[in-house]
Design a protein around this ligand. Structure first.
Ligand code: SOE
Length: 412
């Protein structure tokens, strides 16, 4: 029998384990602790458990303007400290990476200061509220780079394995010359006219509405996957609900009272685009598409094939190419969840992140409330008995075998 593990590979494994233990840490300073701050924090925590990253992130401090919310966020998210303003965060020697998850209008100020203070910066999208700010950020990043500091923006969907595969397919020329790009990013959380005037609905904080919040992602994705830049556009922006109740605070989902204020950004952004190389594109982003929670889709048609991506089936890609058409016509569903696909090898199979974390939550909640967490041991005993019956039946050439009745209560 072939030996599966040689002495040499065992040595390598020990070496790897040793380097995991001894590898250097890098302190994370989070600015902002709303939805994005929480999601980014989850990522900093998970990356160390899932990937063999060369640096181990440490959640050093989180910064928020409102006190004691920032202190509460430090505890909730697992940071060692809370800081009342970002300049205090930048003074800390134990912070190596500043993660900017604040409203868009403050990205430039914080990111530029952080780079000047010698920190690496990860900044949420859109990069800035205006082109001028974005240009200043690019200059600051170039200066910082010459001193060894790096900057990145959170166009996160580039890291979806199926998107990485789509890019590879286009890069390998399997679609031929790209002719059409169709990209949509649809959400529905603004349909209710009582949804308050949060910062994302004010130009002075957000810069733009659906365009920057969602459109920025699909503009990036389309250019990333095709490798072609957009050279010109023809657009239509619309604000369906012009006034909304003022919120209790800038992030609150509930109105403060009867006072209302104007919505100063777009609710929906539609545009046609010309790409370098001759392709044309159609883009749509809206937060008014009822039933769409986080729908991102991308279709690319070339002279030799097409690909279709739909984030609601996030690990799939539909591929039509001439090679397939010789045998059968129609799109082929490609499951992008094998270790050969980018990023997949580091993740557990689909569902293991959500389901296991939800399981831990339900367990902690029910034991605290003095209720039985389900599924119970009795539930599992019944499964066990079915399995035993399966074995008995198989041993008896498939004869029908009764499952022993379980009298314990089920708590499913
Ligand atoms: C809200 O619409 C939002 O959180 C965006 O700002 C994010 O970029 C997107 O990933 C999810 O939706």
């Amino acid at each position: 029998m072939k030996h599966c593990r040689s002495v040499k590979s065992k040595g390598k494994k020990e070496e790897a384990m040793h380097s995991r233990v001894t590898r250097p840490t890098i302190g994370i300073g989070m600015v902002g602790h709303g939805f994005m701050g929480s999601v980014h924090t989850h990522a900093w925590r998970s990356v160390d458990r899932l990937f063999d990253a060369p640096l181990r992130p440490e959640l050093v401090a989180v910064c928020g303007l409102r006190w004691p919310e920032a202190q509460e966020a430090a505890v909730r998210l697992g940071y060692g400290a809370a800081e009342p303003d970002y300049l205090r965060l930048l003074e800390r020697d134990d912070v190596g990476i500043v993660d900017v998850c604040t409203p868009n209008h403050s990205h430039a100020e914080i990111a530029i200061a952080a780079l000047a203070a010698g920190k690496h910066v990860l900044c949420e999208k859109p990069l800035a509220a205006t082109v001028t700010e974005a240009e200043e950020m690019v200059e600051a990043a170039a200066r910082a780079r010459s001193h060894g500091q790096y900057a990145m923006v959170g166009f996160t969907y580039r890291r979806v394995p199926a998107i990485a595969l789509a890019k590879q397919i286009v890069r390998e020329g399997r679609l031929g010359t790209i002719r059409h790009v169709r990209a949509r990013y649809l959400q529905d959380w603004l349909v209710d006219p009582c949804f308050p005037l949060a910062w994302r609905l004010k130009r002075e904080y957000a810069g733009t509405g659906a365009l920057g919040d969602l459109g920025a992602h699909i503009i990036d994705l389309a250019q990333f996957v095709t490798g072609k830049r957009i050279e010109g556009v023809s657009a239509l922006l619309e604000t369906f609900i012009k006034e909304r109740p003022l919120p209790a605070d800038s992030d609150s989902p509930s109105p403060a009272g009867d006072a209302i204020g104007p919505v100063t950004v777009d609710d929906a952004a539609l545009f046609h685009a010309r790409f370098e190389g001759g392709a044309i594109g159609a883009f749509e982003s809206t937060r008014f598409a009822l039933g769409r929670e986080n729908h991102i889709s991308l279709e690319i048609n070339g002279s030799a094939g097409s690909i279709v991506y739909d984030f609601e089936s996030m690990n799939e890609l539909q591929l039509w190419d001439a090679a397939g058409a010789k045998m059968v016509s129609g799109f082929r569903r490609v499951a992008v969840q094998e270790p050969i696909n980018a990023y997949v090898q580091k993740w557990w199979p689909p569902g293991h992140d959500y389901a296991f974390t939800s399981q831990a939550f339900d367990f902690l909640t029910t034991i605290t409330e003095g209720r039985d967490p389900a599924p119970t041991f009795a539930d599992a005993l019944q499964v066990q008995r079915v399995m035993a019956a399966v074995e008995s039946s198989s041993a008896a050439n498939g004869a029908f075998v009764d499952v022993v009745a379980t009298d314990a209560q089920q708590h499913a």
